[in-house]
Design a binder for this molecule. Structure first.
Ligand code: PHE
Length: 453
């Protein structure tokens, strides 16, 4: 027996699901990570590998998540259990849903810290605090900010509060409405930045940088980074997309929706690159400046260019919006699960997890105080959370899901749920989910584990 709606509600339109999934996937990964890892891994070649990973590995896994979510219509834990029961496999596979919820919660706790930095930069940009600053000043400014949790606590709390409120309002009044307002706003701001970037005179440099193909720069390491990022940016491996799919219409095409999400996420990542790099080049800065690109390098560019104050202000609002829509999807699975498991009201579930996430985030904020200089991979709580979730938990979750859907679920279930028009398309997906995805994720997981040791 298949349900047509989830007990939690349903999106108001087919496109709202796509918008919500995009909201989840377009996040700090697109703005904060994608440009700098592209910079560090040789530009265009890396972009190409990344695109291959998105389409060959990311999208098949996303289809798997969507099919479970829509079939189960519940939080990942219970949706997986339901699908497992339907094909008489052990319901213990639901542990994957548990791992996903934990991962989401942990990612959220450092996401909200980055959000607090962003919230600090929005007014700082508007006031022109950094006007005329060079790279030394902006890095000193950022380093000083990192070690003063008292200046960040308000932003952190506000961010958690907004996410909690949206979650408490539920699917239709909260999430649906939030993405319908925030996503168009995000597009609009991005477009503004792009228009500005196109007029800096350095747009062509950015195009070359992003699309110039140079095979000599491909290393096994860059392939690994590209694969890992494809999963992270598509929000796969932790059940966020699975959760959102529970609110999808029964007759909407999974294949087409997933294709849209993949295309739009990639398009936005590239647009962000095309908005950021001309600004960086126009100020003769280094595009491969690592994680500090957004908080150290770009502020220099904003500090030096005409209308930079407004531009920086708009840019950080954009970053804040992307963080917000992703953060909502990180916490929705655990919230929905709590409602299902303990039969509490939604606002109660949202409140409990909000408070817990706020506390953990606080610990992360304080963990920077002991750090003397901005070395991102020296070990503090922030780095550990980032490292473990992105590099180990997400690949592990994705690997488990691929094995579950490819090897355990019956073809009857996957075939009827995906409902692809052409048989060859189904077979291609089936091949990917059975072999390609597990192989890729297995490699990522083992390589990352090896890196730790
Ligand atoms: N996709 C988000 C990003 O690019 C991160 C994320 C991962 C969000 C997993 C939700 C779930 O930043």
């Amino acid at each position: 027996m298949q349900r047509t709606t989830s007990i939690h509600g349903r999106w108001s339109h087919r496109w709202v699901f796509i918008l919500a999934a995009m909201g989840s996937s377009v996040g700090l990964g697109n703005i904060w990570k994608f440009p700098y890892i592209t910079g560090e891994n040789g530009g265009g070649t890396f972009v190409l590998i990344y695109l291959l990973c998105v389409f060959l590995i990311g999208l098949p896994l996303m289809m798997a998540e969507v099919l479970i979510g829509r079939r189960g219509r519940l939080s990942p834990v219970n949706a997986i259990a339901l699908c497992a029961r339907e094909t008489s496999v052990s319901p213990r596979w639901q542990l994957l849903g548990g791992l996903g919820m934990l991962t989401g919660f942990l990612i959220f706790s450092f996401y909200s810290v980055v959000a607090a930095w962003i919230l600090h930069y929005i007014p700082a940009m508007a006031k022109g605090v950094l006007a005329g600053a060079g790279i030394q000043q902006t890095s000193r400014y950022f380093e000083a900010l990192l070690v003063s949790p008292e200046r960040l606590i308000l932003g952190h709390s506000a961010f958690v509060w907004v996410v909690m409120t949206v979650l408490a309002l539920g699917v239709r009044r909260g999430l649906d409405r939030a993405v319908r307002i925030m996503m168009p706003a995000l597009f609009f701001l991005l477009l503004l930045l792009l228009i500005y970037a196109a007029n800096t005179g350095y747009f062509k440099h950015a195009l070359v940088y992003l699309f110039h193909f140079d095979l000599a720069k491909v290393t096994p390491q860059s392939v690994l980074v590209a694969m890992g990022h494809a999963f992270f940016t598509l929000s796969l491996g932790m059940g966020a997309i699975m959760m959102y799919s529970a609110y999808m219409g029964r007759r909407d095409s999974i294949g087409r929706s997933v294709l849209w999400i993949g295309l739009l996420d990639t398009l936005i990542a590239l647009m962000i690159g095309l908005a950021i790099f001309p600004i960086v080049f126009a100020s003769q800065l280094d595009p491969a400046s690592g994680p500090g690109l957004v908080f150290i390098t770009l502020p220099v560019a904003f500090a030096q260019m005409p209308a930079g104050q407004v531009l920086g202000f708009v840019f950080f609002i954009l970053v804040g919006l992307t963080a917000l829509t992703s953060a909502i999807s990180l916490m929705e699975p655990v919230t929905a699960w709590t409602v299902e498991r303990f039969k509490v009201m939604r606002w109660q579930a949202a409140l409990i997890w909000g408070v817990l996430a706020w506390l953990l985030g606080l610990a992360v904020l304080v963990s920077f105080e002991t750090m003397s200089s901005l070395r991102f991979f020296s070990r503090n709580l922030f780095d550990w959370l980032n490292y473990f979730t992105s590099n180990l938990f997400l690949p592990l979750g994705g690997l488990g899901l691929a094995i579950f859907v490819g090897w355990k679920l019956s073809r009857r279930v996957t075939e009827s749920e995906l409902h692809l028009q052409q048989t060859w398309l189904y077979l291609a997906w089936y091949f990917a989910i059975r072999y390609l995805v597990p192989a890729a994720l297995g490699i990522i997981f083992v390589a990352n584990l090896y890196n730790i040791i």
